[in-house]
Write a protein of this length. Structure first.
Length: 330
């Protein structure tokens, strides 16, 4: 009986090897065809297999978050009635009749009347403009001033960082309400600008500290060190490499703080040092209704409820944004 050689014959292991190679080639072709037909890549990648950014992942998570959707719809409604309050309230908020003072709900006036005979519904709707304006402009001012100062201090360090740290310590030691009583008591303007200026003056240190810490963390990454080694200027590193990767914590804190600024404006107006009549504000209406709360509780209920819903909506939005931008929660 002849001895069979290891690689002899077409039905031996050589055929099996050829079949295995052909099967592997077919499998590779099938996989290649499948990848070409698939519109999106694996988990963590976008179309054509490109990696998704933090912002695209955050937007995808926000669209699936019911808290974000509910708070976003409430805020969108508030913004619309702030710009066009006449869409749902056609009367003048300063049109008052003392003969109707403290009266309850009646047809055409669902919220009743306040102590001066003004329609509570109309004043509640028009008061949204003041609160949204103060909240948005104060947040923009605080984020811009605190973000720039904190970012520069974190990037350059040294004496600039030490000076900023000591300045923020001084501002953190000032009580907000007491500072508002002192600062705004000498202001006679009834516009929103003194209140916005005060909030920016005392609110920027918090954002500055957040921005400083975020920039210090971002500038230690390898891509920043590589850009520095390649001769990139400080401005280019700040604008192109550090700022886009350090701004997420600032956005989260600023979004949550926006609701706080709205409640702070109402508090200052309630104490009589914020907005002053003839301005229309929820804080002014709450202050005026506090002395009639036993006889006419509806005067306090509606502006206070609108204020609570607005602050809650912005805080919910900030929480949703925080969860979406926090990589540790993924």
């Amino acid at each position: 009986m002849p001895e069979q050689k290891p690689w002899d014959g077409t039905t031996g292991s050589g055929a099996i090897s050829g079949a295995g190679a052909g099967g592997a080639m077919d499998l590779a072709m099938d996989e290649g065809t499948t990848l070409e037909k698939t519109p999106g890549g694996p988990e963590g990648t976008g179309p054509a297999g490109k990696p998704r950014s933090l912002w695209s992942d955050a937007w995808r998570d926000l669209r699936r978050n019911p808290v974000f959707i509910i708070s976003g719809l409430i805020i969108l409604f508030l913004v619309i009635i702030s710009i066009w309050p006449s869409l749902i309230a056609t009367q003048d908020p300063l049109d008052c009749d003392l003969a109707r003072a403290q009266e309850g709900s009646r047809p055409g006036h669902p919220f009743g009347f306040d102590g001066q005979g003004c329609d509570v519904y109309t004043r509640t709707v028009h008061g949204a403009r003041t609160s949204v304006t103060v909240g948005v402009l104060s947040t923009l001012g605080v984020s811009l001033l605190g973000g720039v100062l904190g970012g520069l201090a974190g990037f350059f360090g040294g004496v600039w960082d030490a000076v900023l740290s000591r300045i923020t310590d001084v501002f953190f030691g000032i009580p907000v309400v007491l500072g508002g009583l002192v600062f705004l008591s000498v202001v006679t303007s009834s516009t929103v600008w003194p209140v916005i200026g005060f909030i920016v003056l005392l609110g920027w240190p918090q954002i500055a500290r957040i921005a400083r810490g975020s920039v210090i963390t971002a500038k230690q990454n390898d891509y920043v060190q590589a850009a520095r080694a390649l001769g990139a200027s400080n401005s280019r590193m700040m604008l192109r490499h550090i700022a886009p990767n350090a701004i997420a914590p600032v956005i989260v804190v600023a979004t949550i703080a926006l609701g706080t600024y709205i409640s702070l404006e109402a508090t200052l107006s309630y104490l009589g040092v914020g907005l002053k009549p003839p301005a229309v504000s929820w804080g002014i209406d709450i202050s005026a209704a506090s002395q009639y709360v036993r006889n006419a509780p509806h005067m306090l209920l509606w502006p206070a409820g609108a204020l609570a819903v607005t602050v809650l909506a912005f805080i919910m939005l900030g929480d949703a944004v925080r969860d979406a931008l926090d990589p540790k929660l993924r």
